[in-house]
Design a protein around this ligand. Sequence first.
Ligand code: SAM
Length: 281
Amino acid sequence: MGLIDDLPPLREVIRTHDLVAKKQLGQNFLLDLNLTARIARSAGDLTKCDVLEVGPGPGGLTRGLLAEGARKVLAIEKDARCLPALAEIADHYPGRLEVINGDALEVDVSAHLTAPVRVIANLPYNVGTELLVRWLSPQVWPPFWDSLTLMFQKEVAQRIVAKPGDKAYGRLALLTQWRADARIVLTLPPEAFTPAPKVHSAVVHLTRLAEPRFPADAAQLSRITGMAFNQRRKMLRSSLKGLGPDIEERLLAADIAPTARAEEISLEKFCALARSFGQPR
Ligand code: SAM
């Protein structure tokens, strides 16, 4: 087993600081530093980037990011029990690790990071999708990040990269692929984590596009796809009838058969339909 730094092994760190995993914080730790370095590498060259990490825990991925040369890592951790272990890593890499003890859903990271920024995290499963949706839906595009390299439950990762006709195709695929290229770069069995979760996991790498892939208003697109996939087995002329009496004409103008179902419709066609409604007031 090659070591990536000369800090203590993670099992020892966990023992020393008594970091018994808490389920309500989504704590499933990666203890293999070769694996965390591999995840860091899957995000590309980090040497000229700041990295935002959510949920460093005992610091396995944090150490991978720093060993791979990240210019700076900003790590946001909710669990104060992890702070002493993270302070040891900060001492080992002077000036390169900043830790904020807080909730990633509430902390404003903008003042702490310098572009270019990559987000790399083994996310707590209970807030992972919410964070992804926020990172993909800022008021202004492009966002603060260049790429997102994120661990999810495999089932969520499949929803992110799904294509029309796939069982997992839905709003998350559309939102993601409207503004980013996304691919699964690694899948991991439950045993890769301590404690082992019930499900397999996967790392998704997203690279932001300079502009959304097809023109459309974000709010209109969200409204339409929300209605369409709420009743995904229904024909669109029926699931979207709340959008007005002329919905069939609008669907036809967007080259969508009114009898088609949401799961068959490409992002390009949903964007065409959204454009037919113009900008919301
Ligand atoms: N990065 C570590 C690793 O790979 O071993 C830990 C990953 S563990 C899946 C998720 C981490 O996120 C835990 O350390 C947990 O305490 C932290 N966490 C949970 N909810 C959080 C939140 N809202 N904001 C910041 N950190 C959170």
